[in-house]
Ligand binder design. Structure first.
Ligand SMILES: Cc1cc2nc3c(=O)[nH]c(=O)nc-3n(C[C@H](O)[C@H](O)[C@H](O)COP(=O)(O)O)c2cc1C
Ligand SMILES: Nc1ncnc2c1ncn2[C@@H]1O[C@H](COP(=O)(O)OP(=O)(O)O)[C@@H](O)[C@H]1O
Ligand SMILES: [Mg+2]
Length: 155
């Protein structure tokens, strides 16, 4: 798919608070500025790849790009669900991701349960795909390993 692998880094901001509360699947949302920095012709839909919070470990992730048709959002969002259990929220931290593959377009669903089941299937698909060598190798990319003493804003 065009634009992949796609590397992106940005601050985690507040969304609508639905991910954890309604779906049981938290998603770390990027700011509007980061969303607008994405290639305008990148397909909306569900993707997978690798993610890292601050200087933490690199974990598998699933990502949603688009308008969440189930909720009819009016602003495009880019949201990452990291396949890992965190002890605390990490709003305000820098999230680094590499998107390596595409799963499906965004869909509307008849019920919340149907949306949740679809996301759970996406997570299983992402876990399988990311174990394949072509995707696994991006976990080790230098993008995730800033040189000692450097921060993301240094040049
Ligand atoms: C893997 C994945 C797949 C998703 N698929 C859909 C979808 O097909 N349709 C949809 O309306 N929303 C989809 N979503 C987005 C959720 O609706 C969204 O994450 C949720 O509303 C939380 O939003 P919030 O961060 O603003 O609280 C998906 C999210 C993830 C992480
Ligand atoms: N595994 C995880 N993946 C993504 N975010 C997580 C995870 N665990 C905890 N969080 C926290 O939960 C927040 C997202 O929850 P969510 O209900 O989607 O709220 P919001 O609508 O504000 O994005 C993230 O910003 C992050 O601080
Ligand atoms: Mg969210």
């Amino acid at each position: 798919m065009r634009h992949l692998p796609y590397f992106c880094r940005g601050e985690v901001v507040k969304g609508f608070g639905r991910g954890s509360k309604e779906l049981g699947i938290p998603t770390a949302n990027f700011s509007e500025q980061v969303v607008e920095s994405f290639p305008p012709d990148i397909s909306t839909g569900i993707y997978y790849g690798w993610a890292c919070v601050g200087n933490g470990d690199v974990h598998k992730m699933v990502l949603s790009i688009g308008w969440n048709p189930f909720y009819k959002n009016t602003k495009k969002s880019v949201e990452t669900h990291i396949i890992h259990t965190f002890k605390e929220d990490f709003y305000g931290e820098i999230l680094s991701i590499v998107i390596t593959g595409y799963i499906r377009p965004e869909k509307n669903f008849d019920s919340l349960d149907a949306l949740i089941s679809a996301i759970q299937e996406d997570i299983e698909e992402a876990k399988r795909q990311l174990d394949l060598p072509e995707h696994r190798k991006l976990k080790e990319d230098n993008f995730f390993h800033l040189p000692e003493g450097k921060t993301v804003n240094d040049n």
